[in-house]
Design a protein around this ligand. Structure first.
Ligand SMILES: NC(=O)c1ccc[n+]([C@@H]2O[C@H](COP(=O)([O-])OP(=O)(O)OC[C@H]3O[C@@H](n4cnc5c(N)ncnc54)[C@H](O)[C@@H]3O)[C@@H](O)[C@H]2O)c1
Length: 64
């Protein structure tokens, strides 16, 4: 199952990404890294982008 975690490079999101990965989910993290860290994303795919960018969200849903 594909699961999108917005803010997945942050404190709470990175724990969510790790837990979902351990449960076998395919996790897509969407984060602009304004306060998060890429190396905190321990599972799946990190897509860097901002939630205010409509085109980036369209691309995200199309690709995943
Ligand atoms: N060790 C600890 O106990 C500890 C450490 C850090 C934080 N906290 C607590 O956790 C809470 C904060 O954690 P959090 O996970 O909500 O915040 P966070 O800032 O850690 O995570 C938010 C994530 O969202 C991303 N983000 C922000 N705006 C975005 C946008 N427009 N588009 C895409 N991504 C965007 C950021 O880059 C970041 O990765 C606070 O209550 C804080 O006190 C506790």
């Amino acid at each position: 199952m594909n699961i999108l975690v917005c803010g997945g490079a942050g404190y709470i999101g990175s724990h969510m990404v790790k837990m979902l990965g351990n449960k076998g989910c395919n996790v897509i993290t969407f984060d602009n890294l304004s306060s998060g860290h890429a190396d905190a994303v321990l599972s799946g795919t990190l897509v860097q982008g901002c939630l205010s960018n409509t085109q980036a969200l369209r691309d995200l849903f199309q690709q995943h």
